[in-house]
Design a protein around this ligand. Structure first.
Ligand code: CU
Length: 495
């Protein structure tokens, strides 16, 4: 079939039947994803989540089909995410220029459920911040990702097959109004894929403002073996360190690429309309892509690092927060923003490129703005927050900065084996028995007698240390003095 014939075929109303010609991904992947969505539909009918009983809002099949131009040959395959765009710019990455009007910065950005639409949010399954997962939830989530990676029933494997859907979408799903809706459906498919492996898993979001608030964001606990593995070079540690298709990372020391909470509050509260909001949100979304670097910096490669999906889940939650604000103001967030006529790829009636039909209807860009996604399938758990009165963030991986009343990520040290009271006995015994040949712990430095600092830790039973420090049993790991853990008075009394 010639290109001209393909083009003609794709413009016909039965486009979907010829999807394998018109789209860039394999029909096997489409069939798999289509079955995932259909299963969801069946589950949804069995356990309706609409308290009001109203049916899911769906678009009707389109009688007039527009074929979107997919030959984006002008875009380089390895196009990097541009750091900044002047289009619709509302805020800058320079936090020092923020007006003082952003006073509500200690408030969580996300509502715990939908409050405006009439159904109860408690019926929706929540996407939680990655660090708010329990250890078991986090391990289940990692396991589900690895199970997708090992499942070769869809070539080359289910994880990679879905990641390939993001390829060649740099101008059709990015750089315009379709950005948020396309990624919303894409994330939904990924979440369904994870649930195929473990139905209890929900896609967590990565709140990068928790890291931008750190003194040294590159030290975030996120890039330790308990979470995503190492931050520099080829990822060889953590749950995805043994992947054949290697992940690359190269964290930037400059924090300007990371999103700050002030920026988000400005964006949500002071955008003039959804068009401006979405445009600015996409600009901010580029920052963490570039901050992580490596695989994440390349549009075509980014989903091959699992942090991609969590980063986009955060962007999606921010969008939802803005949509809630529109509802509160009597506006309708389902209205697709106006798009200039020469931006052919982001028109409301264009089909979402590379994505399968939903309930036998192929979705358009406008469908991405429908409310049913967050009315029927998921909601965003509140962003971790704290106050001087309640300085608990609800996670052992987060701590409260009581001066700014914000939760901040802990550093990599938090993922090192914890020192317990019984360990202190071991230390004591080691010091007493100078002839001992097997030392589980060693004291490298002691400060004041009343407040000794335990500067070394090594538990022989811990499966992994942090940041790739997988040392053999008995090896001493020296922690930075600045961050060394103080033994509590209670523990010290054991001496
Ligand atoms: Cu994308």
């Amino acid at each position: 079939m010639t290109d001209e014939q393909i083009s003609t075929t794709c413009m016909l109303e039965f486009l979907w039947l010829n999807r394998q010609i018109c789209d860039k991904v394999s029909p096997q992947t489409f069939d798999w994803l289509e079955s995932l969505v259909q299963n969801t539909q069946q589950r949804s009918r069995l356990t309706p989540v609409h308290a009001s009983g109203q049916s899911i809002t769906r678009s009707e099949p389109h009688t007039t089909m527009m074929f979107q131009t997919q030959t984006s040959t002008s875009t380089p395959l390895s196009a990097a995410f541009s750091t900044m765009s002047t289009k619709g710019q509302l805020v800058t990455s320079n936090t020092t220029s923020q007006p003082k009007s952003s006073t509500a910065t200690s408030q969580p950005l996300f509502s715990s459920g939908r409050s405006q639409s009439g159904a109860t949010g408690s019926q929706l399954r929540q996407r939680k911040e990655y660090r708010m997962l329990t250890d078991q939830e986090r391990e289940d989530y990692h396991q589900a990702i690895n199970d997708l990676k090992r499942d070769t029933s869809v070539p080359p494997n289910k994880y990679d097959a879905l990641a390939e859907h993001h390829q060649q979408t740099s101008t059709t799903a990015h750089g315009g109004a379709a950005f948020v809706g396309w990624h919303r459906y894409y994330l939904f498919l990924y979440e369904l894929a994870l649930q195929e492996k473990n139905q209890n898993v929900m896609l967590p979001y990565w709140d990068s403002t928790l890291d931008s608030a750190m003194d040294t964001p590159t030290d975030t606990v996120i890039f330790t073996d308990k979470f995503l593995g190492n931050a520099y070079g080829t990822v060889t540690s953590g749950p995805f360190g043994d992947w054949e298709r290697k992940i690359q990372r190269s964290l930037h020391t400059e924090t300007s690429n990371l999103i700050t909470k002030n920026e988000l509050n400005l964006l949500i509260n002071f955008s003039n309309d959804q068009r401006e909001f979405v445009s600015t949100l996409e600009m901010h979304h580029n920052g963490p892509h570039n901050w992580i670097g490596g695989t994440m910096r390349d549009v075509d490669e980014a989903p091959f690092d699992p942090i991609f999906y969590m980063h986009h889940a955060f962007i999606d939650c921010i969008w939802e927060r803005y949509r809630d604000r529109e509802k509160q103001n009597g506006q309708n967030p389902e209205i697709y923003p106006s798009v200039s006529s020469n931006n052919l790829e982001h028109q409301s009636t264009n089909f979402m490129v590379n994505l399968p039909p939903f309930n036998n209807v192929r979705l358009t860009n406008a469908d991405g703005y429908k409310n049913f996604w967050t009315e029927d399938y998921y909601s965003c758990a509140p962003q971790p927050s704290c106050s001087a009165q309640n300085p608990e963030c609800g996670s052992k991986w987060l701590e409260c900065d009581i001066f700014t009343e914000r939760c901040v990520s802990k550093g990599s040290e938090a993922a090192l084996p914890r020192v317990t009271s019984s360990d202190v006995f071991l230390v004591k015994n080691t010091r007493d028995q100078t002839t001992s040949t097997t030392q589980a712990f060693s004291v490298l430095s002691t400060t004041q007698a009343n407040s000794p600092t335990l500067s070394t830790t090594k538990s022989t039973s811990e499966p992994q240390g942090a940041s790739g420090n997988n040392q053999a049993s008995g090896t001493v790991i020296s922690l930075p003095q600045r961050k060394s853990r103080k033994i509590t008075a209670e523990e010290f009394s054991l001496h």
